[in-house]
Design a protein around this ligand. Structure first.
Ligand SMILES: [Zn+2]
Length: 435
């Protein structure tokens, strides 16, 4: 599976991948390899690079701690195939580690891009729904501006899910007048939407910070040392020199004037864990780390614009992975239909999972919700919030059978976003339109 990342255009369109690659290729081998490792999500070490790294392990003064003879197990009987004097398994090992880290870094960046786009569009699509609900409340239910203010003020604390279930149960037993039902239903949906907006605004802010940090961070010295098979000391030394050499060469290639900002940004980028937000272990900083206009940031920006995910993504870790029920929940989440309680239950795993993030974005793009005109939104909200009719409710199972290709899921699964997992306890049968 691959997904093109959408990202804002680099501020300096003059810098291209070809230029960057040409400058890197002009560097000395050690520096060339180092820059490619620092830009690992966007480029791979060449076979020459891999051979060079593997060969260095034979040099005693470059080794990481421990005896190299035992690095691949203590079985001395294994006769290793050698390529130009370098054991082949050393070469394979360097290549595999580079690939493994590259896949992880790419998957993470593509996931962050997907979520970032998803959150932004989610909020954009939510706004006209909120406007439609406000309009219906004031125009049709004749709610005063003060009452609307009250609804807004109470939205954060209102037990919306419970109230919706209760309302649906009353409607099911025909214990509520149509006008009252409508007013209450619109009020609750309005509050639910306001809460959605708050949640996703926070999520968008968080993901923006996390994504920027991920973009400007490189593998830390410890990871670089692991890929290369060297001690951290020489790695740090080489990183600083390689960045200086790269930026000098790029400055000349672009006829730009040397600037300290580029050097600082690049040196920081290589530090990884010491940077705010640069390490998974240290969490994400609370303020966005901006991508500057320096040459290193421009390099990252130019390359990140065409970032592709590679390899097979890790499997979905949801207990209900691969089920129609999970697919229905994700679709409901993407289209503002999944209740807050259910959303909370699946949220953490969903955003951490590349597959689920992809499913969310696909559902959003396929829903057509973003392309709706205001009158369309109004009509849909009006239909959705109308009091359910007994006969209509009971006709649903047959209708559902007629449109399996549209939804691909059973009636119960279609209803689950609205009725939760406890269908039946609260009279869910007759309430196919609730939230
Ligand atoms: Zn998943």
């Amino acid at each position: 599976m691959s997904a093109t990342a959408s990202i804002t255009a680099p501020p300096n369109p003059a810098l291209t991948r070809e230029q960057i690659e040409a400058v890197i290729a002009s560097l000395q081998p050690v520096q060339r390899i180092m820059i490619r490792l620092l830009l690992l999500p966007y480029m791979s070490p060449s076979s020459d690079d891999v051979f060079f790294m593997a060969r260095e392990r034979t040099e005693p003064n470059m080794r990481a701690g421990g005896n190299i003879a035992t690095a691949f197990g203590s079985n001395a009987d294994i006769r290793r195939e050698k390529i130009s004097g370098v054991p082949k398994d050393w070469i394979v090992s360097v290549e595999n580690r580079a690939r493994q880290y590259q896949a992880q870094l790419r998957e993470n960046l593509v996931r962050l891009n997907l979520l970032s786009d998803f959150f932004r569009d989610y909020l954009a699509g939510l706004q006209p729904e909120i406007a439609a609900l406000e309009h219906l409340l004031s125009a049709e239910c004749e709610m005063s501006p003060e009452s609307l203010d009250d609804l807004r003020a109470q939205a954060r604390l209102s037990p919306i899910t419970y109230a919706l279930k209760k309302l649906a149960a009353r409607a099911d037993k025909q214990e509520v007048e149509e006008e009252d039902y409508r007013r209450e239903r619109l009020s609750l949906e309005y509050q639910a939407h306001l809460r959605r907006r708050d949640r996703f605004k926070k999520r968008l802010d968080q993901i923006t910070v996390e994504r920027q940090a991920a973009l400007i961070s490189s593998l830390s010295d410890e990871f670089l040392a692991e890929v290369w098979g060297l001690a951290v000391g020489p790695i740090r030394n080489r990183r600083v020199k390689a960045i200086q050499a790269y930026l000098s060469a790029l400055t000349i290639a672009l006829n730009a004037s040397p600037d300290q900002a580029s050097m600082t940004a690049a040196v920081n980028a290589g530090i990884g864990p010491k940077l705010a937000g640069g390490s998974k272990n240290e969490g994400v900083s609370s303020s966005p780390v901006g991508l500057g206009g320096d040459l290193w940031s421009l390099t990252v920006h130019a390359l990140a614009a065409e970032l592709m995910s590679s390899g097979a993504p890790k499997p979905c870790m949801h207990p209900e992975s691969g089920t129609k029920a999970l697919a229905a929940k994700l679709r409901g989440l993407a289209t503002y239909e999944l209740g807050e309680d259910d959303e909370v239950k699946i949220w953490t795993r969903t955003v951490a999972c590349f597959n689920c993030a992809t499913a969310l974005r696909t559902a959003q793009q396929g829903s057509g919700l973003l392309a709706r005109q205001a009158d369309e939104v109004l009509a849909q909200v009006t239909t959705r919030t109308a009091m359910p009719r007994k006969e209509v409710a009971e006709a649903v199972p047959e209708k559902a059978k007629d449109v399996p290709e549209e939804t691909g899921i059973s009636l119960e699964e279609r209803l689950r976003p609205w009725i939760g997992d406890d269908a039946g306890e609260t009279g869910g049968r007759g309430s196919q339109t609730w939230w």
